[in-house]
Design a protein around this ligand. Sequence first.
Ligand code: B12
Ligand code: SF4
Length: 501
Amino acid sequence: MENPKLSDAKLFTVKDFSSLWEERLYNYTYNPLPSNPNKPFTLVMPSTNQAPTLQREFLLYTPCEGVSYIGTVAQTMGYDVELIDLRMDGTLETAAQRVAERGGVLAMPTFVDSIPQNMELLELVRKKNKDVVIILGGALVSSLPEPICEALEVDFAILQEGEITLVELLEFLDSGGKKENSVHIMGLAIKMNDGRIVKTLPRPQIKTLDSVPIPNLFLYPSIKINPYIPEMGLTTARGCYGRCTFCFVNIPKMRFKSVKRVDEEIADLVKNYKTEYLYINDLTFTADIKRTWHICDVLAKHGLKWSCSTRVEKTDPALLKKMYESGCKEIWYGVESLDQDILNITQKNQTVDQINEAIDMTLDAGITVMANLIVGLPGETQASLEKMFQFVEKAPVIPASIKFLTPFPGTPIYEEAKRRGIVKNDIEYLISLADRQVNNVKDEIYNFTELTDQELREAFARLTEIKNRRFEQLRETDHDLKNKLYRTDPQKELLKKVRSS
Ligand code: B12
Ligand code: SF4
């Protein structure tokens, strides 16, 4: 990565405490330390029970961006990073054994469905080696730090955006710092030796996303064996300016990577991992229309096919045309509901008219429309479901992601679920989430409506039937879709072969 001058980056105009740590992060990024075998750092990526979302299957097996950043930052600090990817290979027992042998730091992400695995692995590690420093991170622990840290064998949880806090925490530990003296480090939940959980001051978010290193995907064992990631997810921005009541935004403030940095990241993916198709993971890719325009030029330059998610009111015909011409195949819109009252209750801050306009403009531009829909939002009735059916029947929209409303910790809906007794115990609830497949009609329903569970399931089944029909139609007509990309998990297959030979 080219090393821009600090002054050019206009990074640290305000010399607050957190900026100093961001400056440290920046320095590690552009002047990484050599790997030190005496500083073991093991990352364990849990497996998942989730059913793949059509067209985004690869997200379940390819590198997970948050984890890649955390591993790469530790590596730039001279840590000897080993990543164990349980989605591909191994068991909790073998992973715990390896962590215990290596000692040092164990870092593990928490996903919506990972709590049972987090719990079991950390207990196994503690039994085998009491000295391992255990760090959790990710959206789930950030949304519910106290109960999770109380229930699990953990030393520190890094809350929300992880990189700067990781730098400060690892430097503190490197210099012999003790857990009970770490309360000055912002962005942590600390489990003290007497079991108390101390939450420190919130960590301000990173000012410039270019201070974070480009992820080293060779940390993943499957990529080491076969550096081939034909389809890949990438964020060009972090944060979201929406505050919908059903959604947890772990890293709320909207910030953008520079266009130059996005260019470098894509070049890295194309050159080192032969990526041909990119799913842009930004919550609202078209948030800044002018910038999106420039990123389209970058995507076109690299000859990629790509898709993205965005909000319906952030589209315009000229931009959509530009997106199409630069390789955009699909746009995933957060439609959620076609009932204005429900959109208002959930503070989605969009109108049904805006949804319909966006769909028409997108189809006119030649881009496939993927709709994210939620069944069972507060206020759902047979009439609102009927509007949803009409919407997906009337235009060739693919209801690509259909979900029953799930109360996610950290959201107003979750608080409501607790008030109503739909969720009684945080940890028991999180354990139950691990069984859900997400895109599955049989998933447990947390019912906030006057409708019966059976009625909600019937609506889900009807939408799923339309989804499958539409995908079949699309496969018949779309050359790219036919040829790509249902190569589910090439790395996994290869890894199996290599291991068994
Ligand atoms: C890509 C994606 C997926 C992919 C891949 C998930 C993955 N493993 O990364 C797939 C399609 C599989 C997926 C599935 C789901 N996802 Co998803 N997904 C995303 C998405 C769009 C991008 C993730 C990303 O790359 N972010 C960018 C990185 C930089 O941010 P980050 O992941 O938060 O990582 C930072 C910190 O969390 C922290 N961190 C992360 N890991 C670790 C680990 C350690 C050890 C440490 C110290 C720190 C740390 O540091 C990172 C860098 O700052 C996010 C939204 C978003 N833009 O963040 C939602 C998001 C993470 N998903 C979410 C949800 C709800 C789901 C689903 C449950 C779907 C559903 N029911 O609607 C499933 C469940 C998946 C699961 N196994 O838990 C929620 C999480 C909410 C919550 N409270 O946990 C998010 C925030 C979106 C939202 N607002 O609804 N998802
Ligand atoms: S649903 Fe979409 S717009 Fe609303 S807060 Fe979540 S990511 Fe933002």
